[in-house]
Design a protein around this ligand. Sequence first.
Ligand code: TXA
Ligand code: MG
Length: 328
Amino acid sequence: MTRDVDAAVAVLRAGGLVGLPTETVYGLAAHARNPKAVRRVFTVKGRPPTHPLIVHLPDVSHVARWAATVPDTLGPLAAALWPGPLTVVVRAGPDVMAEITGGRDTVALRVPAHPLALEVLGRLDDGVAAPSANRFGGVSPTTAAHVVADLGDDVDLVLDGGPCAVGVESTIVDLGGARPEVLRTGAVSASQLSSLLGAEVVTWSGDGDARAPGMLASHYAPHAAVLVIDEIGAAGVVTRRIPEVGAVAVLASTTGQLDAVRAALAGFDDRLVDLEPVGDADGFAHELYDRLRQVDRLGCAAVIVVAPPPEGIGVAVRDRLTRAAAGE
Ligand code: TXA
Ligand code: MG
């Protein structure tokens, strides 16, 4: 782990892989014009080659180097939200490698809001392809230590930019079709996009894998079983899904919720492990992946999660929890 931006740029230029901090999660970065380096990203992650990568850019002026045409909808979104947790899918230009697009005719682009990432990208003056820096299907990393724990020597350098400010992956909006469509929820909401564009932006509700390959039903999953409940009154309904042996962690926004879960699961009291409450939806997003990792470090058989309300970034937190729970 280092804070040495020069060293990170040198590794990328030489075709190596860098653990790159962004405001959402840490990325496993490769120079986006180097096919060998990009192929190594897939090997290290254990990711199927058909799952496309996001190209990270130093600023909006770089979009024209990657897109076949720059859609009119990009202007207002980039002006308001870049650098920031928004990824746009646009028609790919002829030079974009198939390794990045997974053979599709579109490419995903974003300008991340992290000072170290922007410094690296600015010095490189080019794009960096980066999926989340975890093994395929696992929990995304939100600290440099998470990246080291997941990837060890498979990553050449990890740039330590501190804990990620947002904590869940970027919102992905497809601007390549007849009307903009959200393919993955994140800190930027569909209604925010709608008001910036002055037109309704819908959220793709069908098979995520068809539109954004890699958005599998089972994803972001710790080893422990994830049992999601919406309201405390429902805590009792998970009792039959609690494994017969082992500790059961409880993740919630407030200590009041933790107490209520304990009351609803009286028979399991001696097996419950309270995790530090995460606070509001922003806190939930910020702490989620670290808490899920903690559950595995503690060797818990399961974690019961009281989901935040589906408002703001709470929508994205609930999406990730659903996918983590599908990993059972
Ligand atoms: O916040 C983020 O987006 C983080 C940080 C590192 O920037 N990156 C990230 O990458 O979450 P990854 O690879 O874990 O997820 C990328 C998602 C996948 O679901 C992929 O299918 C989608 O982006 N994607 C990439 N290119 C696409 C394309 N051309 N069309 C549709 N979806 C695409
Ligand atoms: Mg990922």
